[in-house]
Design a binder for this molecule. Structure first.
Ligand code: PFF
Length: 446
């Protein structure tokens, strides 16, 4: 064990963990990224592969991450050091921190974009300006900065309490408003085409790239592979059930992603749009939906507000992971940590913000990509890095920590897990690492 005594709090209750972890999981990944990925990767085929990956790969990894956090009561670097002092495995902890910073940088840009839409609709309510898809605006940069500041303020205040209380009311509201929007979209003529496209898998579309994207989307959406669940698990009490907590988060998160699909694709097909439009998909489609809806302006304001809250509970977890490291291991004050990391995320995120603000020709020229800089960042951190992080975590558990230790940790608080322990070990030892490695290799070396 490393030198310092654990000086850490615990969640008030199991439901406290579930809310915070579900808050981390549910966010732009479900509502912005899932439809954009499904749209670019063959619709129903992607959805099917996604569901299989969540069940077979992400769920076992979720138990593993939470258990390593609870067993060690540490941040990602500290947790690895606690199990294997002075080993090179520390690098995996640092990779987690870098990934946290990388995702935080561009994720806040998308959140800033969501805020610009909220603001536009508020303006429309009062001044009556029309709202259409707008790509080019520097407002994005301003709102991006604002969103980072909001995240910093929440995390510097010692995190959970307030957010937990709000999440309890606002998350169910988000579900309700999404259901209302779905009902409206399904009534549009031609909407059923979209439903069909979303639920009917075309098996010929399943390629290594589609599988990589679906698998990584599972990690992204469930906040796995970079220590967020590990860090949240480090505040979990031994009385609580990792199985109940992990499974609830997975079910809820998957439910929201599927809802988002039903919200976007019927509208794409009914109102004319390209499902493969990429990272701007929801911003192209939703204004059209709200435009044709009675009371659409109000619905839009409430929806974008709730989406901002969902994004905030996710950025809070991203920042918390890196902060926990600087506070625990480097002895920085919480204030200094959050402002420094927030500042770094702003600088790293600027090219993504310029990209979103319509300077794509410039950013792609500088960074040599046919996609914009934001999509490049999303691919590197949101796709590759989370998959690599999850793979290495499995290998770490197999070779260093020991799957029996992990299994025993999970059993504390969930005695009935003993019946599935062998199955879980089989998945973490064979299925998950083999699958992730093959998919990564086939993508990277093809
Ligand atoms: N799970 C979040 C979402 O779906 O929006 C994004 C995310 C948060 C990814 C935290 C990774 C993470 F550690």
């Amino acid at each position: 064990m490393s030198a310092q005594a654990p000086r850490r709090g615990e969640w008030g209750s199991q439901i406290g963990f579930i809310l915070a972890a579900a808050g981390s999981a549910v966010g732009l990944g479900n509502i912005w990224r899932f439809p954009y990925m499904a749209g670019q990767n063959g619709g129903g085929a992607f959805v099917l592969v996604y569901l299989v990956c969540v069940l077979v790969i992400a769920l076992p990894v979720m138990f593993l991450e939470i258990s390593l956090g609870r067993a060690t009561h540490r941040n990602p670097v500290g947790a690895i050091r606690a199990v294997a002092p002075r080993s090179a495995w520390r690098a995996l902890g640092y990779l987690a921190l870098l990934t946290g910073l990388g995702i935080l940088s561009y994720y806040s840009v998308i959140a800033g974009k969501v805020m610009t839409y909220g603001a536009l609709y508020i303006r429309k309510l009062f001044i009556g300006e029309a709202v259409t898809y707008h790509g080019a605006t520097f407002e994005v940069v301003i709102y991006f900065a604002l969103f980072i500041v909001l995240t910093v303020l929440v995390v510097s205040g010692g995190v959970q309490r307030g957010i937990e209380r709000w999440a309890k009311i606002l998350m169910p509201m988000l579900v309700l408003i999404m259901v209302a929007i779905i009902v409206r979209c399904l009534l549009l003529p031609g909407a059923m085409e979209g439903v069909k496209w979303f639920v009917t898998p075309d098996f010929s579309k399943i390629t290594p790239r589609v599988i990589l994207n679906a698998m990584s989307q599972g990690f992204f959406s469930l906040s796995l592979g970079m220590g967020a669940m590990l860090t949240y698990g480090s505040y979990l009490s031994k009385k609580d059930s990792i199985v109940v907590c992990g499974t609830s988060v997975v079910l809820f998160d998957t439910f929201i992603a599927i809802l988002a699909g039903f919200m976007i694709f019927p509208a794409v097909f009914a109102l004319g749009g390209n499902p493969a439009a990429g990272s701007t998909l929801i911003f192209q489609v939703l204004p059209k939906v709200f435009g044709g809806m009675k009371g659409g302006v109000l619905v839009a304001i409430v929806f974008f507000f709730l989406l901002c809250v969902a994004a905030l509970t996710s950025t809070v977890s991203l920042l918390e992971v890196v902060t926990a490291y600087f506070v625990d291991e480097r002895r920085w004050s919480r204030r200094r940590s959050v402002w420094t990391i927030g500042g770094a995320a702003f600088v790293v995120g600027l090219p993504s913000a310029f990209d979103m603000a319509g300077l794509r020709p410039w950013t792609s020229m500088v960074f040599l990509g046919k996609h914009g800089f934001l999509e490049l960042m999303d691919f590197l951190w949101g796709n590759l890095s989370l998959a690599i992080g999850s793979l290495l975590l499995c290998v770490f558990a197999i070779t260093v920590w020991g799957l029996n230790n992990a299994g025993s940790e999970i059993e504390i608080g969930s005695p009935s897990f003993s019946r599935y322990r062998g199955l879980w070990i089989f998945f973490i030892k064979w299925v998950c690492p083999t699958f992730i490695a093959i998919i990564l290799a086939s993508k990277l070396f093809s």
